[in-house]
Ligand binder design. Structure first.
Ligand code: ARG
Length: 461
């Protein structure tokens, strides 16, 4: 087959059925610029080892430059007969450089070490893009927190009113997981920035090529230590897919809050028109589709990770063609996040909070009962007893249709002589929030410190 990378030992070309199954250009063509970068580096290694003279190297690099220009302007494209990106690019290179010079480039490398390098280069680039988009989202959350420095809201556990908290505190609780995702991406880079080039098919190169030179040319830290591992491992790809899935989960949990807050029953937020959608039948509808798509796409990102892990499980060393299945899941994870994150950030930036309603609901559901117990502890009462007294007060108020702060002095005394009128001093949302001033707590001063710490952590990335 003209342009094929193999064939001499076969009596004929592949069947159309095999060719159709085998072809990967419809997804791996986006690796073409990285393939050409690898070829440039490899050409230099060939020249350094004496397989290309200075003039040949110059011609080869010029041919690769024009190949890249062709890829970028679309004049170079895969054909029906091409198996993969490597074959398509070699066919085009031979057309530019001639088969004498062009045919020298493949010495000392295999598609196995090539593809393992290219996927790393692709993921490293897109990790930077995704990292910047996540920083934008963290900034948007931080800006909303800064704009609402002391607005209270009901804090929930089990989705039930638990204790009053600051809205800023809750918002920042969605920012910290994203900061850890950014740190995961940073840590992942150390493992990803290793070059499999030079590992050949599996056993290494016999031509005396310098893999450190290739790694440096590609901006990678150095060559892989084991040529089998270099070509067969995909844990770096799976780890990227995990971080992408975790990002999806973090967005999805925030999305779920926004969806709830946006219901008529909660009424905590209003979505900007530009970041919500309508209904084709119900004229009044304004739906939180961005948040719902975030929640939905988290499932897809998890599926990409689990599909890839299933592909890797049980694969014998070294390269197996199954490994071609590593690309579509991570390409999809990258594309999903690169489309989702900007929309999500826009939605968060433009959220309007009904702080009055949140403040009104903050003390409801007896959410200050823990404050009563803590107040008793400060009076010297053992917590076990304090918990009982406060619980009895809740029961009394519930039976009599009162909020905690509506019980009269006499009623307080009736519940327990320990409940003197002084307890009223802490029966406010503001007092409750201010009292939770331990490190990481919801007190206004602590949340302001936390915001500064978050900003510093992001700046240190
Ligand atoms: N297209 C393959 C992949 O994505 C790389 C080519 C290796 N193929 C082979 N038959 N050795 O993994």
């Amino acid at each position: 087959v003209p342009g094929a990378l193999w064939g001499a030992r076969f009596a004929g070309g592949p069947s159309p059925e095999l060719a159709r199954l085998s072809r990967s250009t419809h997804f791996d063509w986006q690796l073409a610029p990285y393939d050409i970068a690898g070829s440039r580096a490899h050409a230099k290694a060939l020249a350094a080892a004496g397989y290309l003279d200075d003039g040949e190297l110059e011609q080869m690099l010029a041919a690769l430059d024009s190949l890249l220009a062709g890829v970028q302007d679309g004049s170079v494209a895969p054909q029906e007969s091409d198996e993969d990106v490597h074959g398509a690019l070699e066919r085009e290179l031979l057309a530019i450089a001639g088969s004498e010079l062009g045919g020298r480039l493949r010495a000392g490398r295999s598609r196995n070490d090539q593809i393992a390098t290219l996927i790393r280069l692709y993921l490293l680039d897109h990790a930077s893009v995704i990292g910047r988009l996540v920083v934008d989202l963290v900034d948007a959350i931080a800006a909303q927190a800064a704009a609402h420095p002391d607005a209270p809201m009901p804090g929930r556990t089990h989705l039930q009113h638990a204790q009053p908290i600051l809205l800023a505190h809750h918002l920042l609780a969605h920012a910290w997981p994203l900061v850890r995702d950014l740190e995961r991406l940073r840590d992942w880079r150390v493992r990803a920035a290793v070059s499999p080039y030079g590992a050949g098919a599996l056993a290494g190169s016999s031509l005396g090529l310098d893999p450190a030179l290739v790694a440096a040319e590609l901006g990678l830290a150095g060559p892989a230590e084991n040529s089998i591992d270099a070509t067969a491992a995909r844990d770096v790809v799976a780890e990227f897919a995990f971080v992408a899935a975790q990002l999806g989960i973090d967005l999805s949990r925030f999305a779920e809050d926004i969806i709830l807050w946006n219901t008529r029953e909660f009424g905590f937020v209003t979505l900007a028109d530009a970041f919500s959608t309508g209904s084709s039948i119900m004229p009044q509808k304004k739906n939180p589709d961005i948040a719902e798509l975030a929640r939905g796409k988290a499932g897809r990102l998890i599926g990409n990770l689990t599909g890839l892990l299933a592909t890797l499980k049980g694969l014998p060393l070294a390269y197996n063609r199954d490994l071609q299945e590593d690309k579509e899941p991570v390409f999809d994870s990258v594309e999903t996040l690169e489309v989702l994150l900007p929309a999500f950030t826009g939605m968060v930036s433009s959220l309007r909070f009904d702080t009055e309603r949140m403040a009104e609901l903050a003390p409801q559901g007896f959410s200050l009962a823990t404050d009563v117990a803590d107040w008793l502890v400060r009076q010297g009462v053992p917590f076990r007893e304090a918990h009982e007294v406060s619980g009895s007060l809740v029961r009394f108020c519930e039976q009599n249709g009162l909020a905690l702060d509506e019980a009269s002095d006499g009623q307080l005394r009736e519940v327990s002589p320990l409940l003197t009128a002084d307890v009223r001093s802490i029966l406010t949302v503001e007092g409750s929030i201010a009292s939770r001033n331990g490190v990481g707590g919801t007190a206004t001063v602590r949340v302001a410190e936390q915001l500064a710490a978050l900003t510093a952590r992001v700046a240190a990335l």
